[in-house]
Design a protein around this ligand. Structure first.
Ligand code: R5P
Length: 292
């Protein structure tokens, strides 16, 4: 049976996954030295199969620590090392948008594939690359979707909302949730003018008197959702809510959303955040259980 290894900032979520799968678990002990280096310590005795569970938001330090941990697990006798990274970093930089830019997706993918045998993640932001294994060439790359669990959650919150995806890339998630709950949906058009500057154009439609739920995979600065909400307000919907998979929500993103009239923000626990309402433990447990 695999041992689940928990990192400090994602301990509760990893524990829930281990409990749901009925797997034993242990902590990865991390000490940060004053100079910024990390010391990693694992249980001295490891079984052949180990699962590291760590979400890769704010990833730079976490990636180095993961590489140290995986190499140490190998030295301690682990033969099959799985990474469960509910949020997978560096997936959006999948090409050189400007000459000279790093294609980070490929570079980080190869780094992880060099250390882990399997990868399990949830709704990675794959746009031009359609297959997780192309981005992270591990032996076994498993993509799960949170949309079913999100749809079940939403069904308990409100009746017959209209779902809106704020940009063309969100169609896969908004359509999946709408299909699951037999809801109407549409998708807006987005122009990104800069990291914190976004213009959203809504499709023609009747938004008045509707409960609106904006659905996206990632909320980073929150400007995409904010721009969509701002466009909706003049149409006088009954309410505007946000349902998002990966809640990065940097800086004042959450406050800004409430400021433009967003009432509820619901996110999955793929990234620890106060808006987490939707747990991924069962979804992840099913697949780690099947891999035994
Ligand atoms: C990109 O297409 C993603 O689906 C999100 O829409 C984007 O990452 C959101 O970024 P931000 O919250 O910074 O507008």
């Amino acid at each position: 049976m695999s041992l689940v290894l928990r990192f400090p900032e994602y301990r509760q979520q990893a524990q829930r996954m281990a409990d749901a799968a009925g797997f034993p678990s242990a902590d990865v002990d991390i000490h940060h030295f004053p100079d910024g280096e990390s010391r990693i310590r694992l249980p001295e005795k490891l079984p052949e199969k180990v699962i590291f569970c760590r979400s890769l938001n704010q990833p730079n330090e976490k990636l180095i620590e993961l590489i140290l941990a995986a190499a140490t697990a190998r030295r301690l006798g682990a033969k099959q090392i799985t990474l469960v990274a509910p949020y997978l970093c560096y997936m959006r930089q999948d090409k050189a948008f400007h000459p000279g830019e790093a294609i980070s997706q490929r570079i980080i993918g190869e780094l992880l594939a060099g250390r882990f045998d399997s990868l399990i993640t949830i709704d990675p932001h794959l746009h031009r690359v359609h297959n997780l294994q192309q981005a992270v060439p591990v032996e076994q790359a498993i993509t799960l979707s949170a949309t079913g669990v999100m749809a079940d959650w939403l069904a308990k919150q409100m009746e017959n909302p209209l779902l809106i995806g704020p940009d063309e890339e969100s169609v896969q998630w908004v359509a999946a949730i709408a299909r699951h709950n037999h809801l109407d949906y549409c998708v807006a058009r987005k122009e990104r003018l800069g990291d914190r500057s976004v213009r959203v154009t809504l499709p023609e439609g009747n938004y008045t008197g509707r409960h609106i739920v904006l659905v996206d995979d990632v909320a980073s600065t929150g400007r995409t959702l904010e721009a969509a909400a701002r466009e909706l307000v003049p149409h006088k919907p009954v309410s505007i809510s946000v349902l998002v998979t990966h809640a990065l929500f940097f800086g004042d993103a959450q406050q800004r959303l409430h400021h433009v009239g967003v009432e509820q923000i619901w996110s999955c626990d793929t990234i620890p955040h106060p808006t987490n309402h939707i747990q991924m433990a069962k979804l992840l447990a099913e697949v780690i259980g099947e891999k035994q």
